[in-house]
Design a protein around this ligand. Sequence first.
Ligand SMILES: CC(C)(COP(=O)(O)OP(=O)(O)OC[C@H]1O[C@@H](n2cnc3c(N)ncnc32)[C@H](O)[C@@H]1OP(=O)(O)O)[C@@H](O)C(=O)NCCC(=O)NCCS
Length: 248
Amino acid sequence: MKLLLRLMSILCPNKKIRKEIRAGLRMEKYKKTNAIDVPKHLQKYVWLDIRGKNNRIKIGSVSFGATKQLHIVINGSDNEVVIDDGVHIRSLAITIGESGASPKAHHTRVHIGEKCTFAKTSIFTSHSNTEIEIGARCMFSSNVYIRHTDSHPIYELNGKHHINHVEKLKIGDHVWVGIGVNILKNVQIADDCILGAHAVIAKSFSEAHCAIAGNPAKIIRRGITWNPEHTVDFIENKRYSTDVSELK
Ligand SMILES: CC(C)(COP(=O)(O)OP(=O)(O)OC[C@H]1O[C@@H](n2cnc3c(N)ncnc32)[C@H](O)[C@@H]1OP(=O)(O)O)[C@@H](O)C(=O)NCCC(=O)NCCS
C-alpha cells in the first residue's frame, strides 16, 4: 500500500492529489517516533519537519485562509505544540530549536488558544524547558515575529555572568497584535490589549485593556477594548460590549 502511495505521489497527474499523498506520507513517517494528532483533511496544509522523538503535535479543528500555510519545525525531543479549536490560519510558522543541526531544544511547549487568527506570524525559540503561551481569541496581523530567544549569549565583561536568560513568554486572551510587531523573549502581555503597528515589545505589560505602541513600546491608551469585526461594519451595527468574553 505504502509503495503504491509513493508511486502515486510521483506519477499521479493531478498536482493537488500528489501534494495530499505526500503530506499523508510525511505525517506517517513522523508518527513512528512522535505523537502527531492532525485531522486528516487538514494534513495537506500542515508542513512538518521534525528531527527528534517523543514530540507531541496536536492540532484541533482549525481553518485555513488564502495562503493555507502551517509550518512546524522541531529540532529536538519531548517538545509540544498544541493549537486549539477554532483557530484560523493564513500563514503561521512555529519553530522549536534551530532548523539546522544544532542547537536542539527539548521539553519546550507552544500553546495557541482557541479562536486565534493569524495573517502571517512566525513563532520561534531555540531554548529547552521553556513555554510560549498564547491566550484565546487573539488576532495577529501580518509580519508579526514572536522571538523567544536572543539566539546568542550576552554576559558581563567581568564576572562572566550570563545575562540574557529565557523564561516564559505569555500573551493573554483577546490581544490584538498589529502589523509588523516584534515580541521579544520573556514578554508577558495582559488580557485585552492592543499592540500597535511595528511596536517592539521587549518588556512585559501587566495592565489589561491598554494600547501599547512604539519602540521601545509604551502604553499609549488605557481603559479600552477592541472588536475583531471590520470598523465599517462595527460603526453600522454599534455592537459595543464591555464583556470581553462576548467579543469573539
Ligand atoms: C495602536 C493603534 C490601534 C492605536 O490607535 P488609536 O487609539 O486611534 O491611537 P492614536 O492614533 O490616537 O494615537 C495615540 C498616540 O499614540 C501614538 N501611536 C499610535 N499608534 C502608534 C504606533 N503604532 N507606533 C507608535 N506610536 C503610535 C500616536 O502618535 C499618538 O501619540 P501622541 O499622543 O503623542 O499624539 C493604532 O495606532 C495602530 O497601530 N494601528 C495599526 C493596527 C494594525 O496593525 N492593523 C492591521 C490589521 S490587523
